[in-house]
Ligand binder design. Structure first.
Ligand code: ARG
Length: 281
């Protein structure tokens, strides 16, 4: 069993090169509200959003990761949150089906991208699932959030398609409407995660405690700063800069936190992870 850093010196960590799909926020706006963070009355600084997003992209590149790009489309302001468009494991692509009509057309844009880039094992799903917004891949499981967006029926669809055991988790706080706002996989070669317990139902909290007894537990302040909306390559954990309470516990576990400021994209209810879909070979 993996000991926590409080008892032992930090574990040696290894970054592994990742492949990510991102979509520039060229058409990002907040023109509708489908989560509690979105306020169409609040202005968005588009050049600033582009600049902040560019810093994230450059950070991935400088860490040695590969980044592919999806063409942003006018009329799809949330397309910058590329994590929601599909889930890719072992080169197999489970497409998305969005809960809200405003985002529906994004699913096809993702499917088209995968088909144009040589992916042959692509499933256009029957049931609503918002991609990696609600699916998280650990060594042993596919964790699946439900309650606000993705349908519980999507879990069976994903399990059949990927052949990985799916663990359904009930989200209960509207601020944490996607699994990736409340839980982050820190080491996907082991079952190591961090999460905010308050986002989950009591039963789901018990499930998480059983499966991940050594998880890093985040408090409400860091969760509200979108600190769980983070991306780990096994060593570096890119997370919103404001989630300052997570830096020390991450370092104690041997991770290197990398703070990223995506203040403009927060106005749409997303941050680092939302902007990043992982293409798992
Ligand atoms: N405005 C978008 C929505 O509500 C934000 C999506 C954030 N993405 C994410 N992976 N959590 O759907």
């Amino acid at each position: 069993m993996r000991a926590t850093a409080r008892e032992e010196p930090s574990l040696p960590r290894d970054a592994s090169a990742r492949s990510y799909l991102m979509c520039p926020p060229a058409h990002f706006r907040v023109t509708y509200s489908i989560n509690p963070w979105m306020d169409p009355a609040k202005p968005v600084d588009l050049p600033l959003a582009m600049a902040e997003w560019g810093v994230l992209r450059d950070r991935y590149l400088s860490l040695g990761h590969t980044v592919s790009f999806l063409d942003p489309r006018p009329g799809l302001p949330d397309m910058v949150y590329a994590a929601n468009g599909a889930t890719v494991v072992g080169g197999r692509v489970l497409g998305a089906r969005f809960a809200h009509p405003q985002r529906e057309a994004e699913a096809q844009a993702h499917l088209d991208w995968f088909r144009a880039h040589g992916y042959t094992d692509v499933l256009d799903p029957v049931h609503i699932n918002e991609g990696e917004g609600d699916f998280a891949v650990t060594a042993s499981f596919l964790l699946a959030g439900r309650g606000f967006r993705s349908s519980p029926l999507a879990q069976d669809e994903a399990q059949e398609f990927f052949g990985r055991p799916v663990i359904g988790l009930n989200l209960v706080d509207p601020r944490f409407y996607h699994l990736d706002t409340a839980l982050c996989v820190l080491d996907d070669a082991a079952d190591e995660i961090m999460y905010y317990p308050g986002a989950f139902s009591p039963g789901s909290r018990t499930v998480l405690a059983r499966l991940f007894p050594d998880a890093l537990l985040a408090g409400e302040a860091d969760a509200s700063a979108f600190g769980l909306n983070a991306v780990s390559d096994g060593l570096h954990v890119l997370l919103p800069q404001a989630a300052a309470g997570l830096y020390r516990p991450l370092r104690e576990r041997g991770f290197e936190p990398v703070g990223i400021d995506l203040g403009e994209l927060l106005k749409g209810g997303g941050s680092v992870k939302c902007c990043t879909q992982e293409l798992r070979a």
